[in-house]
Design a protein around this ligand. Structure first.
Ligand SMILES: *[C@@H]1O[C@H](CO)[C@@H](O)[C@H](O)[C@H]1NC(C)=O
Ligand SMILES: *[C@@H]1O[C@H](CO)[C@@H](O)[C@H](O)[C@H]1NC(C)=O
Ligand SMILES: *[C@@H]1O[C@H](CO)[C@@H](O)[C@H](O)[C@H]1NC(C)=O
Ligand SMILES: *[C@@H]1O[C@H](CO)[C@@H](O)[C@H](O)[C@H]1NC(C)=O
Ligand SMILES: *[C@@H]1O[C@H](CO)[C@@H](O)[C@H](O)[C@H]1NC(C)=O
Ligand SMILES: *[C@@H]1O[C@H](CO)[C@@H](O)[C@H](O)[C@H]1NC(C)=O
Ligand SMILES: *[C@@H]1O[C@H](CO)[C@@H](O)[C@H](O)[C@H]1NC(C)=O
Ligand SMILES: *[C@@H]1O[C@H](CO)[C@@H](O)[C@H](O)[C@H]1NC(C)=O
Ligand SMILES: *[C@@H]1O[C@H](CO)[C@@H](O)[C@H](O)[C@H]1NC(C)=O
Length: 437
């Protein structure tokens, strides 16, 4: 007895009709698979919020008494995206429904994404709520069910998006971030072995040692390179001060008659987004090294830009807050966070003059393959965890985990945290703060 009931309710009676739907659900006489739209009359939710505010001091009591409604005989897990992440609008995860999970043939496909807070009328009916660190202009839910999981989503650097308010120290049930010890895997890249198994990145990564010598095919390919280093960059002044590191390195390279070709807003060369393919081809054919410098320094914050050199037979010179041995095999890169400019310039010059030495950087090709961790893949991880982890109390000392040794923020950040604090005391929904990058 399965019946698809698509309810499009745009009227003052939506609440009444929803009550009827709920009775149907409780009586188990109908199986509602999908309620496509549930649009309460303008102001309904606002009115509810105001009512709740009046009860502010009794909210804990109300929460304790909350019982999950009896559900339809489906095991669908409803995931609410609390605020749309502005920089991820195009990614599959942020498409509503189950498309992402079906597309990637995930093991678990019984998750349903939505950005519509009123889809189930009561926010407590959602199985999970995603809170994106980039979005702090919507105030958080007032009522919370002990059955649902609050999930912290962090794809942007903790240094640019610190979490400051003490209330978050035990707030989220699960973390879904680039940090490698997150509950749900969210790194920008994956390392596979030659059989296609995902082996990294990991906190305690163990690399094959020793690695086999670089193949003749790759050696031959490397012989045509003629230029020292490239850098594609558009953000010229960063918190991590990578521009200073690059400038220092340029100075040292000059002593060897070498230079860095800078493409983008911060340099003289042009590589438009539409021509990225051509630029990467140039990188592969012409350049020995690539500057994979992160714009901010935070633990495990290694973005997909490191894949440019890795996927294009170029050696990455890395700079960031990560312990790169979690991400890259030994001997495959140069860490500008550990060496000074003159040491790096010397290593580069030696490698450029000695093809045998340069080829050593590519031994990893015998054992590993790098890939971008697609958003769809990440959606699978989320649905897997929601199906396998039933109960998870929040991480205490969350801020220490996310901010990592940087709990003492600057005055500007403290000011912002005050703004956020006032936001959480119910500013109008249209209130916005622009991101601080
Ligand atoms: C649901 O069941 C109750 C009692 O079992 C009954 O009074 C009510 O009419 C039923 N509602 C519907 C919509 O069938
Ligand atoms: C809050 O709860 C207390 C005791 O449970 C009750 O006396 C009081 O009337 C409640 N306040 C409101 C606004 O409902
Ligand atoms: C999806 O996975 C199932 C089993 O896991 C497999 O039988 C099927 O061929 C896969 N479909 C696609 C399109 O990959
Ligand atoms: C970096 O990670 C490697 C491997 O995971 C570990 O052996 C090493 O101790 C770490 N280094 C630091 C400074 O934490
Ligand atoms: C850059 O070079 C200057 C002068 O040699 C040095 O003082 C500074 O520490 C260097 N900065 C970085 C980030 O390497
Ligand atoms: C770079 O580091 C090496 C080794 O620690 C040191 O001998 C050298 O003086 C340093 N160079 C600069 C410019 O700081
Ligand atoms: C989520 O965390 C909160 C706060 O620690 C806790 O009360 C709640 O029971 C947890 N929910 C689940 C489903 O584990
Ligand atoms: C954070 O601080 C602790 C102790 O002060 C230190 O052991 C640890 O290495 C630091 N972590 C990072 C990523 O700097
Ligand atoms: C935090 O920073 C402020 C200003 O920079 C300083 O006065 C204070 O001592 C610092 N606190 C800690 C715990 O480091």
């Amino acid at each position: 007895m399965s019946k698809i009931l698509k309810a499009v309710l745009i009227s003052a009676y939506s609440t009444v009709v929803f009550q009827l739907l709920k009775t149907l659900i409780v009586n188990n006489t109908e199986e509602i698979i999908e309620i496509e739209y549930m649009i309460p009359t303008p102001g309904t939710l606002k009115k509810m919020e105001w009512e709740l505010r009046k009860l502010k001091n009794n909210i804990t009591a109300i929460s304790m008494n909350f019982k999950m409604p009896k559900r339809l005989p489906t095991d669908l897990k409803y995931i609410l995206k609390w605020t749309q992440a502005f920089s991820h609008y195009d990614s599959p995860i942020f498409k509503n429904g189950q498309e992402a999970l079906l597309k990637y043939n995930c093991t678990y496909r019984n998750c349903y994404f939505t950005g519509d807070k009123s889809l189930l009328l009561d926010i407590r009916y959602f199985d999970a709520i995603l809170f994106d660190v980039e979005n702090y202009w919507d105030y958080n839910p007032i009522l919370r069910s002990p059955h649902q999981k609050y999930i912290f989503v962090g794809l942007e650097s903790a240094d640019n998006f610190p979490v400051i308010l003490p209330k978050y120290d035990s707030y989220y049930n699960l973390t879904w971030t680039y940090k490698l010890d997150s509950d749900i895997f969210g790194a920008y890249l994956i390392v596979l072995d030659k059989k296609g198994n995902i082996v990294g990145p990991k906190v305690n990564m163990e690399w094959i040692n020793p690695m086999l010598p670089t193949s003749d095919n790759i050696r031959k390919k490397l012989l045509v390179k003629r230029k020292a280093a490239a850098w594609f960059v558009s953000n010229c002044k960063t918190k991590g001060r990578r521009e200073v590191v690059a400038k220092n390195l340029s100075k040292e390279l000059l002593k060897y008659g070498l230079s860095i070709d800078i493409y983008g807003w911060c340099g003289k060369l042009i590589c438009s987004k539409d021509h990225m393919y051509d630029c990467l081809e140039d990188l592969e054919n012409d350049y020995y090294f690539y500057l994979a410098f992160e714009n901010s320094l935070a633990e495990d914050y290694v973005t997909e830009k490191i894949l440019y050199p890795l996927l294009h037979y170029t050696v990455p010179i890395v700079y960031g807050g990560a312990n790169y041995s979690r991400f890259l095999p030994p001997g495959s890169y140069i860490d500008a966070g550990k060496l000074n400019a003159s040491q790096i310039a010397s290593l580069m010059s030696q490698a450029i003059m000695n093809p045998k030495l340069y080829a050593e950087y590519f031994r990893w090709h015998n054992h590993y393959v790098y890939k971008e961790a697609t958003e769809v893949m990440k959606a699978c991880n989320l649905c897997n965890v929601l199906n396998t982890i039933k109960v998870k109390t929040s991480r205490t000392k969350f801020r220490k985990w996310w901010n990592v040794n940087k709990t003492n923020r600057t005055a500007a950040e403290a000011r912002r945290s005050e703004d956020i604090a006032s936001l959480h005391s119910y500013q109008p929904a249209h209130w916005k703060i622009t991101a601080a990058d």
